[in-house]
Design a protein around this ligand. Structure first.
Ligand SMILES: *[C@@H]1O[C@H](CO)[C@@H](O)[C@H](O)[C@H]1NC(C)=O
Ligand SMILES: *[C@@H]1O[C@H](CO)[C@@H](O)[C@H](O)[C@H]1NC(C)=O
Ligand SMILES: *[C@@H]1O[C@H](CO)[C@@H](O)[C@H](O)[C@H]1NC(C)=O
Ligand SMILES: *[C@@H]1O[C@H](CO)[C@@H](O)[C@H](O)[C@H]1NC(C)=O
Ligand SMILES: *[C@@H]1O[C@H](CO)[C@@H](O)[C@H](O)[C@H]1NC(C)=O
Length: 481
């Protein structure tokens, strides 16, 4: 029984230090230890004492028995009622921030109420967090601070720089699959986060656009590695900032997956700098979870999302895309002829948005990379995303509680997909879907940033990583020579 010995050891150490002043306490202490030992032994081997986990089993049991009689699940109903009774409207933009002060005014009662609602039980009696944020209060507090004080220095480039088109923001509205990369730079450069004074900067932005270099005939896919190596060489000779930290307070943003190999000749960028990338798979050696951050891949759409609450979603699940990975092949094999899960490979005969609007769940399935724009698409059309992409470091996972608005399914479980989706009760689905609508705005780009949109969320992710300085890579290499 090594655990109980360990416990006794720490107990006896505390006791001994208390009685160190009088030696005659030792017999008493020993007697106490012995009785503690006996008590502990009895408690771990008999039913004389109630154990916390036995309690839980009993509770679980009583939940079960109460779920048998009525057709709907009482536990979910309770949580649903609580939800609609919530006196605090959720996520109406700026109002959220004001909410903190109004909560503080009512003597903290509001906070208590809300805290108790955060955790609810599912049909198995397990605690689940239905909030879309891991901790909304902390996020909002930090966000305010970030918005006020966070400063970025961008290496300046002139309009007549031969590579201006890849170093300066684009002069058109970004679109398509890799728009996230261009949107971020365009919005950042006009934002209040920019400082012209490097001594005030928390982070330094490396403004090259990998997606644009890819199409430059002077660079191309084969030349990106050399370009980035030269770029770092240039800034590290021209400015003192790179050498100071070996690049640890620098970042770049890339949505195209070519970014993964783009840093092959610039190890310091890969190992020290913060990489904000769409292809954020922690299975790959080029991506370091916690140091790097996931950029959501978003196909920008005009205007406000459609009023999805009114639409009828009669289809269980939907996927469309090409078969470019073993995971998608597996999906095709398992569900190609299914009447409820519709998987389309090749051209869709119906409009894509119609399919997203009439499906309960929309599948995001790993292709070449873990990321595609499908999560953003699903959320825009109010469809609950099902993520089948092992090792995907999901966007904003530091902030958002993905379990509250999506279903994550391991590749191995593709044959169980229908069982998993059908195992979700209607009330649970309503909860997921209403949460999906709440996170919509975090997956949208705007030319003029809107509070809590994709731009601000990425800034927040950067802010979380701003002070994690690392030992310069060159110092490590030199010391091993
Ligand atoms: C962040 O700062 C900008 C500029 O000062 C301001 O327009 C915006 O409303 C702020 N957002 C929040 C949530 O405080
Ligand atoms: C680096 O600097 C040299 C000399 O100024 C310039 O010709 C070259 O284009 C620069 N390379 C990059 C990638 O910035
Ligand atoms: C940065 O370090 C490199 C290599 O050690 C050196 O050649 C360069 O001059 C340094 N840059 C500055 C601005 O001092
Ligand atoms: C969405 O549709 C519902 C019912 O169809 C309606 O009550 C609601 O006002 C609509 N919301 C918006 C923003 O149009
Ligand atoms: C699906 O249908 C095709 C032809 O309609 C058939 O060849 C195939 O075996 C079916 N697959 C499954 C998994 O039932």
């Amino acid at each position: 029984m090594p655990r109980s010995i360990l416990l006794l050891y720490s107990l006896s150490r505390r006791r001994l230090s208390d009685s160190i002043r009088g030696l005659f306490f030792i017999p008493t202490t020993l007697a106490l230890i012995t009785s503690l030992f006996i008590l502990f032994y009895i408690s771990s081997t008999s039913n004389l004492f109630t154990h916390p986990h036995q309690n839980r089993l009993q509770v679980k049991h009583s939940f079960r028995s109460s779920t048998i009689s009525p057709p709907t699940r009482p536990i979910i109903q309770v949580s649903h009622q609580k939800w609609t009774e919530d006196p605090f409207p959720r996520l109406p933009g700026l109002a959220e921030v004001d909410e903190i002060s109004s909560l503080a005014d009512d003597g903290g009662r509001g906070i208590e109420n809300r805290r108790s609602m955060k955790h609810q039980t599912d049909s198995n009696g397990n605690y689940v967090n239905n909030e879309v944020f891991h901790d909304r209060d902390i996020f909002l507090e930090n966000f305010k601070e970030m918005n006020k004080s966070f400063k970025i220095y961008i290496y300046p480039h002139r309009q007549d720089d031969p590579f201006a088109h890849a170093l300066l923001p684009v002069d058109f509205e970004p679109g398509g699959n890799y728009a996230s990369e261009s949107y971020f730079k365009k919005v950042l450069m006009k934002s209040h986060f920019i400082t012209k004074d490097p001594s005030k900067a928390d982070l330094f932005f490396l403004p090259f656009s990998i997606a644009r270099l890819r199409h430059d005939p002077r660079v191309g896919v084969g030349g990106i590695q050399d370009f980035i190596r030269d770029y770092i060489f240039n800034i590290s000779r021209t400015y003192p900032y790179w050498n100071r930290t070996g690049g640890a307070d620098h970042f770049y943003v890339a949505c195209h997956s070519i970014g993964r190999s783009a840093l092959e000749k610039a190890d310091e960028v890969k190992f020290n700098a913060i990489q904000v990338v769409c292809s954020s798979s922690y299975f790959l050696s080029g991506y370091v979870a916690h140091k790097d951050a996931s950029l959501p891949q978003i196909w920008p759409r005009e205007g406000e999302p459609p009023n999805v609450t009114s639409s009828k979603r009669e289809k269980l699940a939907f996927f469309a895309g090409s078969i470019n990975s073993p995971v998608r092949e597996k999906l095709l094999q398992a569900w190609r002829n299914d009447s409820e899960i519709s998987v389309h490979f090749g051209r869709l005969t119906t409009p894509y948005d119609k399919e997203l609007l009439r499906s309960k769940f929309c599948l995001h399935v790993k292709g070449f990379e873990v990321n595609t724009a499908r999560i953003g698409d699903a959320l825009y059309y109010g469809c609950v995303p099902v993520i089948i992409a092992n090792h995907y470091d999901l966007p904003f996972a530091d902030i958002l509680n993905w379990k509250s608005f999506s279903i994550i399914v391991a590749t191995l479980d593709i044959p169980l997909l229908k069982k998993i989706l059908k195992g979700i009760s209607f009330d649970e689905y309503l909860q997921l879907q209403s949460n999906a609508l709440k996170v919509q705005k975090h997956f949208q780009w705007h030319l003029l940033p809107v509070d809590f949109d994709a731009f601000y969320m990425v800034m927040y992710e950067l802010w979380l990583r701003r002070s994690s300085l690392r030992v310069p890579f060159s110092a490590l290499v030199d010391s091993t020579r």
